[in-house]
Design a protein. Structure first.
Length: 472
């Protein structure tokens, strides 16, 4: 009987929840759902010096927002808890001692000063810094202030199969005698991850390729314990456009930043699913259920995918346009993306919905409908025109607009185009002049729709103000 699929993510609460964590979580979640298995969140908080207050709660908040609900974890509980590594220290200590007793690990009391000196000497000789094996050959008799190190075989190779990369092999001579248990009783990631993955019955370890080289140490640990290996799959790292590793120096990396900017969780999930993977039919817009159905990790391209914000903006715009105007207004209000009322939004949403890429752009796109702004004269006057010509043209159009009894876009268009016959101006020059005079913006929805939404009173008042300014 085959085992039930169980996968996990093990984020560290050391700062804002990283977009790379969301990426890994998405693939783990989808893999679990496809295989009718469990998706587990385990908090890796063994490096106490780097913990950030509130970061753990933000991890849960980010996953909840993305709709990636865990089946087990610190919030949900489960049969294999606790799910915070800082609460499992006695378990790691027991297993570290077991390795020492088996001869697969050893105690080491080398000071940090000695290790630093050894590293510097190795570097001066052009060698890769590594532990020199002092305590491996002569273990300390006093076990105070000692660490436990893995005793790596120095001959042969360590190999494992990776679902994405095929067979991966490391020479044992290139693998360091890794610290497993620190002198303060806290484990390193390597020991804690292997012990937890085994005890929590993780069947598939899906994580970023930055852990690829560490996996050789993990394989040796599994072998030393006599445990069955999980299936490994190392996802490609997200890259900046210059192919460097995605980092906050060049790109926003906090999941919560994307929420604050008005990206929809559905769009961000869709975008992350396209990072190194694609639908068999090449379709770019798809929901979570379809991703789950079509996911095959063997189709993941190991080359680092580029995190293209322009592509994300496009995708987000596509998802915004799928939302009804009623629901979009509600989303804008609930997310605090607007200062305008529901009634005001109802008036202008149909005009700007097609142009929105992020929810945070809404107020900027519509502010001229409700708020007057200063219009610079030099922007009003089109190339090849004069200030006097511009003033005269605006005066010409004030009268027919004022005479309109029905302020509808078709009537506005008819009035303007009838009067346009009296002047020698192109559509582009005339419409841009009217647009700037009425809104102060070069980029608006279609002119006649915009004027209709502005209303007769506000349109005429603004035209009058501009004419007065051009008279100065």
């Amino acid at each position: 009987m085959s085992k039930k699929t169980r996968v996990r993510i093990a984020p560290s609460p050391t700062g804002d929840p990283h977009i790379g964590t969301a990426y890994t979580a998405l693939f783990n979640y989808a893999f679990a759902r496809k295989n009718k298995g469990d998706f587990i969140v385990r908090i890796e908080d063994t490096d106490q010096t780097r913990l950030v207050q509130g970061a753990e709660e933000e991890i849960y908040e980010a996953l909840d927002w993305l709709g990636l609900k865990a089946d087990e974890g610190p919030k949900q509980g489960g049969d294999f808890g606790p799910y915070k590594q800082s609460e499992r220290l006695s378990i790691y200590k027991k297993h570290a001692q077991e390795l020492v007793e088996k001869g697969a690990a050893f105690y080491c009391d080398c000071s940090s000063e000695r290790l630093q000196k050894v590293r510097e000497e190795q570097q001066s000789r052009g060698q890769v810094p590594h532990y020199d094996g002092k305590c491996r050959e002569n273990p300390p008799t006093q076990l105070t202030k000692t660490v436990v190190r893995l005793k790596v075989p120095k001959e042969g190779e360590t190999s494992f199969e990776d679902l994405i990369r095929g067979k991966v092999t490391f020479k044992n001579s290139d693998i360091d005698d890794q610290v497993l248990l620190k002198s303060d009783g806290f484990p390193t990631y390597h020991l804690a991850a292997v012990v937890d993955d085994h005890l929590m019955e993780i069947t598939d370890v899906i994580r970023g390729e930055d852990w690829l080289s560490s996996t050789s140490k993990h394989v040796l640990l599994y072998q030393a314990f006599g445990w069955e290996l999980p299936v490994f799959a190392h996802l490609p790292l997200l890259r900046n456009p210059d192919k460097s590793k995605l980092s906050k120096r060049k790109n926003p990396v906090s999941v919560l930043w994307y929420r604050q900017q008005g990206y929809l969780p559905e769009a961000l999930r869709n975008f992350l699913a396209l990072m190194g993977w694609s639908m068999p039919d090449g379709k770019e817009i798809f929901g979570l259920e379809e991703f789950v159905e079509k996911l095959d990790l063997k189709r993941v391209d190991p080359a680092g995918p580029v995190f293209d914000n322009q592509k994300l903006d496009w995708l987000n715009g596509e998802y915004i346009r799928k939302i009804s105007e009623t629901d979009l207004a509600s989303t804008l209000i609930k997310g605090k993306f607007t200062k305008f009322s529901e009634a005001q939004m109802k008036l202008v949403l149909p005009l700007v919905k097609e142009r929105m890429k992020k929810l945070s752009e809404f107020d900027q796109l519509v502010s001229y409908f409700f708020e007057d702004s200063e219009i610079a004269v030099d922007l009003l006057v089109q190339k090849g025109k004069t200030k006097e010509e511009t003033k005269k043209v605006l005066e010409i159009f004030e009268k027919p607009l004022k005479q309109l009894n029905s302020w509808e876009k078709d009537k506005i268009e008819e009035a303007i185009k009838n009067k346009q016959k009296e002047i020698d101006w192109s559509n582009s020059d005339l419409f841009m002049t009217l647009r700037l005079a009425a809104t102060g913006s070069r980029a608006t929805p279609p002119l006649f729709d915009t004027l209709e939404a502005l209303g007769k009173e506000k349109t005429l008042a603004r035209l009058g103000q501009v004419v007065a300014k051009l008279s100065d």
